[in-house]
Design a protein around this ligand. Sequence first.
Ligand SMILES: [Zn+2]
Length: 273
Amino acid sequence: MTALTVPPGWSQDGLFADGVGAGLLRADLGPGVVAGFTTRHGGVSPAPWSSLNLGANTRDDGARVRENRSRLGAWLGAPVAFTSQVHGDGVLVLGQAERAEWLSDAPPVAAGEADAAVTAAVGFGLGVLVADCVPVLLADPAARVIGVAHAGRAGVRLGVVHRVVDAMVAAGAATEQLRAAVGPAVCGRCYEVPAAMRDDVAAVVPAAHGTTRAGTPSLDLPAAVLAQLAASGVHEVVHVGRCTLEDPDLFSHRRATAAGSLTGRQAGVILLT
Ligand SMILES: [Zn+2]
């Protein structure tokens, strides 16, 4: 494994390291907020999920996924709730009742069907699972409200980023105080799609219009999410800028599928402390 490239505004946390100091990219979203993105490293799953697979629907062994999630919770110092992601724009608002469930000896696999979640509960991590789609973390560190969103092609088109910002404002956040982190995802130079599909998404979010290195139509989902955050009034944004398909330290559904293989899921996680 090669050393990770850590972009400006990010730090690298070695707590998940396989002895080489790589494992988790941490984003500064303000005081009282812990936020970061996992990589493949630091878990117990064997190939093809090696090793920190956090996704339950990946045909990996459930006990290993629970152990990997437990390690993530240990790093964060709190349980991490995941939703069952359905490529929609629904937002779950989670509170103390859900926190108690996730703190129990038998935490749920998912909090419910939604592609975004919001909480104002202290000590309750929110997670979003990805392997090419865009993970988005949001915080208003003053109002003490956090959120996550899973933005793939469908979520970008539906505006899940706008929905989670709206839900955070409804929970007490102020748009001008929001800070966001956009994690690793497949880049616009790699995510080739049919021209009609590109045009369909770009008609809704023009920034999604992309072209691959080979000159064929693509979708630039990270650019689309950045544009949607800006349109929502979120201007303090850090972007990790790493491509899941190009980077062997990250899970990529598209890379695995092209190789006839399976893959795991990495996560974006956020917590109010
Ligand atoms: Zn790429």
